[in-house]
Design a protein around this ligand. Structure first.
Ligand SMILES: NC(=O)c1ccc[n+]([C@@H]2O[C@H](COP(=O)([O-])OP(=O)(O)OC[C@H]3O[C@@H](n4cnc5c(N)ncnc54)[C@H](OP(=O)(O)O)[C@@H]3O)[C@@H](O)[C@H]2O)c1
Length: 363
């Protein structure tokens, strides 16, 4: 049986190709193993960040590829087409982290009614969240368009949810405004939506490119939208918090120098602009630091008890998801050429923010 993988050169992300792979004989699958057909996956700037940080954060080890190439992890849905696990039948639908490929072999472990884990040795060096699969057969929240929204946004919205919670818990570090860079990104507008819902008088300011102003304004969850070249026109006399999805060193320096001691929090989240200088100078105001979601999750898991995060996240998602019909246009692409095009367009910043790409490597 033939399968295919989409792989990229780790040191030159513009180089990519599809390779044919051989799947094992189904009759000879080892015990507990599942053969999963990857049916649909989302592709956004977040996946490019996985590639950019692949060596440092071990993303490349999840789905090994030959030579100097790597397979970028994606969030999506798969169908178990053969199973050697007594409690996971063929036909089961899984939601989780997949390779850009037609198929994945999973060594099923910790199987419960709601999920399972891939216990493959090469996957154990990363956070457990990347090895967990939800069993979603028959769940309307993962069917059709809802499933596409889950693949496109659920992992990103979890970050938005944890940052919103972290800022509120810390009383916004005294800030009167929160500035979000790459305001047009899904992660940013998920956070803007949650901050806007608080209606606590704290202004939500979106920073974006000139070409994305219209989209960001249309969302209705930013109080003000400012282009990158005009950030120094913002009044610098009142305290701000900066949540950085862009990872652009020049922008960060500009903001810190402009707000000076009024920069009360500076959290790094993303790298959409891929413009981080390796030797950033010390800046005035709060020291920039990576926001590490697993730390906040661990803390809340303890404080909120079993199911506490899931219940609160579920409620937040229920308030967020109904907006997506207005905010996003889901575009489906099938086959190697479509996958390559969306990959290169996303890498090179050519995807309009209202577009949500759902892909499958199989034609
Ligand atoms: N730390 C974490 O745990 C965590 C979790 C979730 C997401 N993130 C990060 O948050 C970021 C946003 O991810 P997303 O999937 O939400 O993004 P997305 O929706 O695909 O965002 C697209 C936006 O990013 C900017 N952008 C994308 N590619 C660009 C390029 N080549 N050049 C310049 N600008 C570009 C543009 O925004 P503007 O014009 O508005 O700048 C574009 O509209 C990613 O870096 C992701 O890894 C981190």
């Amino acid at each position: 049986m033939k399968a295919a993988d989409f792989i990229v050169a780790r040191n030159d992300l513009q180089q990519c190709r599809v390779i044919e792979t051989q799947l094992p004989d189904i009759a000879a699958l080892p015990d507990e193993t599942l053969l999963v057909k990857v049916t649909r996956f989302a592709f956004t700037a977040n996946n490019i960040t996985y590639a950019v940080t692949g060596d440092r954060l071990k993303y490349w080890s999840l789905f090994p590829a030959p030579d100097e190439f790597g397979n970028i992890p994606v969030w999506g849905l798969g169908e178990v087409i053969a199973s050697q696990h007594p409690n996971v039948p063929a036909g089961e639908i899984l939601f989780g982290y997949f390779p850009m490929a037609t198929h994945l072999l999973i060594e099923a472990a910790d199987v419960t009614k709601r999920g399972l884990r891939d216990g493959a040795a090469h996957r154990q060096g990363v956070s457990p969240v990347y090895n967990a699969y939800a069993r979603v057969s028959g769940d309307p929240a993962f069917a059709g368009k809802q499933g596409d929204y889950q693949a496109l946004l659920r992992p990103l919205f979890m970050l938005s949810f944890m940052v919103d919670d972290f800022l509120a818990e810390n009383e916004f570090f005294g800030a009167k405004s929160v500035l979000l860079s790459s305001a047009s990104s899904k992660t940013a507008f998920g956070l803007a939506h949650l901050l806007h819902l608080r209606r606590n008088g704290i202004k939500v300011v979106g920073l974006t490119s000139a070409s994305n102003v219209g989209f960001v304004e249309s969302l209705g969850c930013y109080d003000e939208v400012v282009t990158y070249d005009r950030v120094t026109s913002l009044p610098s006399g009142s305290p701000v918090a900066f949540v950085d999805m862009a990872g652009n060193s020049a922008l960060r320096e500009n903001l810190h120098r402009h707000f000076d001691a009024q920069m009360k929090y500076s959290g790094l989240i993303g790298l959409t602009h891929r413009a981080t200088s390796p030797d950033e100078k010390a800046l005035p105001g709060a020291k920039p630091a990576w926001f590490f979601a697993p730390d906040q999750m661990r803390k809340r898991a303890k404080e909120w008890g079993p199911g506490g995060i899931d219940t609160r996240f579920g409620a937040a998602w229920s308030g967020f998801a109904p907006n997506l019909d207005r905010w996003l246009k889901v575009t489906e692409g099938r086959g190697p050429a479509a996958v390559k095009q969306v990959y290169l367009d996303t890498l090179n910043g050519h995807v309009p923010p209202q577009q949500g790409h759902i892909l499958s490597l199989a034609s």
